[in-house]
Design a binder for this molecule. Structure first.
Ligand SMILES: Nc1ncnc2c1ncn2[C@@H]1O[C@H](COP(=O)(O)OP(=O)(O)OP(=O)(O)O)[C@@H](O)[C@H]1O
Ligand SMILES: [Mg+2]
Length: 540
C-alpha cells in the first residue's frame, strides 16, 4: 500500500481517506484475529543454517509444539536444529525450500517442547536466501501424529492378517504331511529299538542302530513340532501367573546361560493380572525365544544380555511379555519370513526353522499376538501379548490318560518273560509296525495275535480270550473306535484293557472318544519300552 497519499484539503477527500484507513484497519484486525484463532500452526521467521529467528508464531503453533500459551512468540522456534529428530532431515528440508521456493505437505519429525516426537506436515514458501544465507519462511504447520499412528497400526494389522492366512494355508499342507510321516517313523523307531536289543555284542552294529534310533527320534520331534504348528494340540488352560512361568523357564536355562556368558535381567511387573493359558505351551514359547536370542548373541558377539519385561496393557486388556536381546538383530529382508515354517539362517543341523513357527501358532491359539521389533545391529525385541480374560478362548480340555511321551532314558530294555502266558491282540494295519510290536511283546512273554483291521480284530476277539488289546485308531474298513464299541459291547471286561496307538488326535472326534473311553493311549511314533510300560499298568 502507498503510505504517502497526497493531502487534499477537501471534505470529500478527507472522508475517502478516513474510509480507506478504516478498511485497512479492519483488514489488519481481521488478519490478526485469523492469526490468533486459526486451527493451523502459523510461523513466520528467518532460518539460517545453524539458528532461526521467529517473527511470528500463532497460538495454535504453540499448542502443536507443546509450548504454554504465555510463551513469547520469539521463543517458539520449530525449525531450530535441536527440534529435528534427525538433523539430516533438516538439511534436506531447507535445501528443498531454497531450491524450489516452497514445499507442500512436507513431512518432518519434530520435537515438542517436552522432547516427545511428533509427525509434522509443513506447507511453506521461502524467499531466496539473502547474502548471509538466511531465508524468510512463511509456514503452515500441522500435527499429523495421530494419522501416522493409525497408518502404522493398520500396516501392522495387514501384516498380521497376511501372516495368519499364510500360516493357515501352510498348516493344512503340513498337517497332512506330518500325519503321513507318523506311521513310517513309528515303524523305523520300533524296529531300531527292537534290533538294538539283539546285537549280541556287535559294537559297530549297535552304534549304527543307536544312530538310527536317535535320528528317528529327532525326526519324530520335528513332526511333533509341525503338528503343534499345524493344528490345535491338546491344551490345558487355566488362569496362570505369567511372571511365575517366566521364572520357572529361566531356571531351566540358568546353568547353560551362566557358562556361555549370557546375562538375563528380568524386569517383571508386580501385580500382573493372571492370563488364561496353558503354562507348558507358554514355557515353550519363551524357551524358543530365549534359545534364539542366545544363539544370535553368541554367534555375533560370543556373549550377550537378555532383558525380559512384563507389563499390563490395560487399553488392550493384554498382558505383555517382551524378550529383548542385544544381539545382531534381524535384517530387514528377513523380517517377513522369520515366522515361516523351516525358515532358518542357521547351518544345517543347527536349526530347523520351527521355533518361531511353533511360538506363533501357540500364541495365536491363545488369542494373543507375537511380533518382532528390530533394527539390524541393534538387537531384537519379541513382544508376546496374552489376553487377560477367558473371553474368546476355548475352554480347557480335560486331562486324558495319555502315556507321557518318551523321556530320555525311558526306553530301557524290557524285562523278558514278565508276562509269561498273557495273551495280547495287536490290531494294526501297518504290517511293519505291527510286527515290531509283536516281536517285542513275544520277548516280554506274551502270546501275540495280529489283526490287520477292526473287522479281523472282532473276529479274533469272538473266538479267543485276550488279556490285552493294542489297537490303532485309523484303519480301513472297521476303525479303532468302531472296533472298541463293538468289542466292549460283547466283552465289557476288556474295556479297560485296551491301549490305543494313534497319530495326532488333537481337536478331532478321536480326541473326544479317547477322553470318554478313559483308555490308555500313546501317540505315534512311540517307544516300544513305553508301550510295554503301558501294558504293565493296564494288566496291573
Ligand atoms: N533374537 C534373534 N536375533 C536375531 N535373529 C533371530 C532371532 N530370533 C530369530 N531369529 C532369526 O529367525 C530365524 C528363525 O527362527 P526359528 O526359531 O523359527 O528357527 P531357528 O532358530 O533357525 O531353528 P529352530 O528354532 O527350529 O531350532 C532364525 O534362524 C534367525 O535367523
Ligand atoms: Mg529357534
Amino acid at each position: 500500500m502507498d503510505a504517502a497519499a497526497p493531502h487534499q484539503d477537501t471534505d470529500a477527500a478527507g472522508a475517502a481517506e478516513e474510509a480507506l484507513s478504516q478498511v485497512v484497519d479492519d483488514r489488519a484486525a481481521a488478519f490478526a484475529r485469523l492469526f490468533e484463532a486459526v486451527h493451523e500452526g502459523v510461523y513466520i521467521g528467518l532460518v539460517h543454517a545453524a539458528t532461526t529467528t521467529t517473527l511470528a508464531a500463532n497460538p495454535h503453533l504453540k499448542l502443536v509444539l507443546g509450548y504454554p500459551p504465555e510463551t513469547f512468540e520469539r521463543e517458539v522456534r520449530p525449525f531450530d536444529v535441536g527440534r529435528f529428530a534427525d538433523p539430516q532431515a533438516r538439511v534436506a528440508f531447507l535445501e528443498r525450500l531454497a531450491n524450489a521456493g516452497s514445499v507442500a505437505d512436507y513431512l518432518v519429525r519434530l520435537r515438542r517442547a517436552d522432547n516427545t516426537l511428533a509427525w509434522i506436515e509443513v506447507t511453506a514458501t521461502a524467499d531466496p536466501p539473502d547474502s548471509t544465507g538466511a531465508m524468510r519462511i512463511e509456514a503452515l504447520v500441522r500435527d499429523v501424529s495421530e494419522r501416522k499412528h493409525l497408518e502404522v497400526q493398520s500396516r501392522d494389522l495387514y501384516y498380521q492378517l497376511l501372516q495368519t492366512e499364510k500360516m493357515a494355508a501352510l498348516g493344512q499342507t503340513i498337517s497332512g504331511v506330518a500325519h503321513e510321516l507318523n506311521n513310517p517313523l513309528a515303524t523305523i523307531l520300533s524296529w531300531a529299538e527292537r534290533l538294538s536289543e539283539h546285537t549280541d555284542g556287535n559294537a559297530p552294529l549297535k552304534r549304527g542302530l543307536d544312530v538310527i534310533l536317535s535320528e528317528s527320534e529327532r525326526a519324530a520331534r520335528i513332526v511333533r513340532n509341525l503338528l503343534t504348528f499345524a493344528r490345535k494340540r491338546q491344551s490345558t488352560r487355566a488362569l496362570v501367573d505369567l511372571n511365575e512361568i517366566i521364572r520357572e523357564t529361566l531356571n531351566l536355562r540358568a546353568y547353560e546361560q551362566r557358562i556361555t556368558n549370557i546375562t538375563v535381567i528380568p524386569a517383571l511387573a508386580a501385580g500382573l493380572p493372571a492370563v488364561f493359558a496353558d503354562g507348558h505351551q507358554v514355557k515353550q514359547v519363551l524357551l524358543n525365544l530365549l534359545m534364539n536370542a542366545e544363539q544370535a548373541m553368541l554367534g555375533a558377539n560370543g556373549r550377550g544380555t537378555i532383558v525380559i519385561r512384563t507389563w499390563h496393557d490395560s487399553a488392550k486388556q493384554m498382558v505383555v511379555m517382551e524378550v529383548n536381546d542385544d544381539g545382531p538383530g534381524v535384517a530387514e529382508d528377513v523380517k517377513g519370513k522369520i515366522f515361516d515354517p523351516f525358515f532358518t539362517t542357521k547351518e544345517v543341523g543347527k536349526g530347523t526353522g520351527l521355533g518361531l513357527t511353533v511360538a506363533y501358532a501357540i500364541v495365536q491359539e491363545h488369542g494373543g499376538r507375537i511380533r518382532l521389533e528390530s533394527r539390524p545391529g541393534a538387537g531384537a525385541s519379541f513382544f508376546v501379548e496374552f489376553p487377560m480374560s477367558p473371553v474368546g478362548v476355548a475352554a480347557p480340555a480335560r486331562r486324558m490318560h495319555q502315556t507321557p511321551p518318551p523321556a530320555a532314558g525311558s526306553a530301557a530294555a524290557p524285562q523278558r518273560d514278565v508276562f509269561k502266558g498273557a495273551r495280547v491282540l495287536v490290531v494294526e494295519d501297518e504290517p511293519a509296525l505291527a510286527s515290531a510290536v509283536k516281536e517285542s511283546f513275544v520277548d516280554a512273554g506274551f502270546v501275540v495275535d495280529r489283526a490287520g483291521d477292526g473287522e479281523e480284530g472282532l473276529a479274533l476277539v469272538a473266538e479267543n480270550h485276550y488279556d490285552l488289546i493294542v489297537c490303532d485308531l485309523k484303519m480301513p474298513r472297521v476303525d479303532g473306535i468302531r472296533f472298541y464299541r463293538a468289542m466292549t459291547a460283547a466283552t465289557p471286561a476288556l474295556a479297560r484293557r485296551v491301549i490305543f496307538v494313534t497319530g495326532d488326535v488333537a481337536g478331532t472326534d478321536a480326541e473326544r472318544f479317547l477322553e470318554e473311553s478313559g483308555c490308555r493311549w500313546l501317540s505315534k511314533p512311540f517307544r516300544l519300552g513305553d508301550l510295554l510300560r503301558a501294558a504293565r499298568e493296564a494288566l496291573a
